[in-house]
Design a protein around this ligand. Structure first.
Ligand code: MG
Length: 413
């Protein structure tokens, strides 16, 4: 089916996507001039029989990359310098980069510690203006945050293609994909190059004989839905043609649970344990529908009036263990009343297909663990496996929801 007529000229852009190059290693080189121009690999602090979690471009030239074993990296690149990961520094630089970018363009969405997008409006969409803005973004990062921080920028008519464009040239890239460039500019790629197509999806496509971009682009909307097994395929169909499908505005953007405490649990410990359980439930539901949250609100209503609540910003996570850790960190030393009712809400939910896997291996592990937990619970019931923090209250807030029928949620599809 032909794409609907474009709302903007064929050569214009609506989205700027920015991806920092070798981010962790570049921050290390920025902080320590002795590392500049040298092959550097960032490794987790804990062990020495570990893998590199990031490599500088000088190290990448020797084939060292994320996941390369330390001994292997030393063999491939004899002069390599190993530095221990410093998450706080990477987060600090992340905020400085956002501030620098925002001196040029408002940041519309942050996808990970080193990826973000901006929207272009009005005259900014003109190719020359968009390219000038992109160069300006690079320049402010370079001059205000540090000369070691390079980024690849993609300009396109949706964030999917803009990310793809950013991935096409590293380091220090600036690639554009306008409607006029489609499809020829992406024909040389393979499906695996597309955001959201991992080994499993690649295999699924391969079994259908789809191994090239030409194969993929030849599929009509229906065949795409069929290939993906969901309407996600439809979104890919539109993205690949330069459209920017908007999410239906009526969809619910939060997931919440509350629970009136049984008398025996009306203590601080009881409230905390029930909340841990509600967090587990809300996180599992949100993972089940493929949404990630930006904020978690936790509240307690006290017997006879009064309440306590807290908002916790999230890095787009619905990882149960991480949420429970964040919650535990913010738990007050004493409660100002007898807890009567408690609740948790996950807000600002967004579809996870465009949110890359967390970069920190520890987070990746936890995300995998959360998914493993979900699949066991799907099979054996909600509480086949659950975090230890909710052990005492496993049955306190009865699980009335199954994962396949979520009655109080207005879910997409
Ligand atoms: Mg990057």
């Amino acid at each position: 089916m032909p794409a609907p007529p474009p709302a903007l000229p064929e050569s214009h852009f609506t989205t700027l996507f920015l991806d920092l190059n070798s981010y962790f290693a570049s921050v290390e080189q920025q902080l320590n001039p002795a590392l500049r121009g040298r092959p550097v690999a960032v490794i987790p602090v804990e062990t020495d029989t570990t893998c590199c979690i990031a490599a500088s471009y000088e190290a990448k030239a020797y084939g060292v990359k994320t996941g390369t074993n330390v001994a292997e990296a030393r063999r491939m690149c004899p002069g390599i310098v190993f530095v221990s990961t410093r998450t706080d520094a990477y987060v600090r630089f992340h905020h400085r980069i956002i501030a620098a970018v925002e001196s040029v363009l408002p940041v519309h969405q942050v996808f990970s510690i080193d990826e973000m997008s901006c929207r272009l409006v009005g005259s900014q969409q003109h190719p020359e203006a968009a390219l000038a803005l992109a160069r300006c973004v690079k320049e402010v990062i370079y001059s205000r945050v540090g000369e070691c921080l390079r980024c690849s920028i993609g300009l396109a008519t949706n964030r999917f293609l803009a990310k793809l464009a950013a991935d096409m040239q590293k380091p220090d890239g600036l690639v554009t994909i306008s409607r006029a460039d489609l499809p020829h500019k992406i024909l040389g790629l393979v499906p695996r190059d597309l955001c959201g197509i991992g080994p499993r999806m690649e295999e699924r496509l391969r079994r259908r004989g789809i191994t090239t971009m030409a194969h993929l682009l030849a599929l009509d909307e229906r065949a795409m839905v069929d290939a993906w097994g969901s309407v996600v395929g439809l979104r890919y169909h539109r993205w690949l043609r330069g459209d920017d499908p908007q999410e239906a505005p009526t969809r619910k953007r939060s997931i919440g649970h509350q629970h009136v405490m049984p008398p025996e649990l009306r203590t601080a410990d009881g409230a905390r344990a029930v909340l841990a359980r509600l967090i587990h439930k809300a996180a599992a539901r949100s993972r089940h529908v493929g949404w990630l949250a930006r904020k978690m609100t936790i509240w307690i209503k006290f017997h006879g009036g009064g309440d306590w609540s807290i908002d916790i910003p999230l890095e787009s996570s619905v990882d149960t263990l991480e949420l429970i850790h964040l919650f535990t960190d913010r738990w007050p030393p004493t409660l100002s009343g007898v807890p009567h009712c408690v609740g948790v809400t996950l807000h600002d939910l967004e579809k996870e297909d465009l949110i890359p896997l967390p970069l920190f291996p520890q987070e990746q592990k936890r995300q995998k663990l959360a998914r493993a937990m979900d699949s066991l619970n799907n099979k054996y019931g909600l509480h086949a496996i659950y975090p230890a923090a909710m052990h005492t209250t496993r049955d306190a807030a009865p699980a009335r929801i199954g994962f396949t029928s979520i009655p109080d949620l207005d879910m997409p599809e």
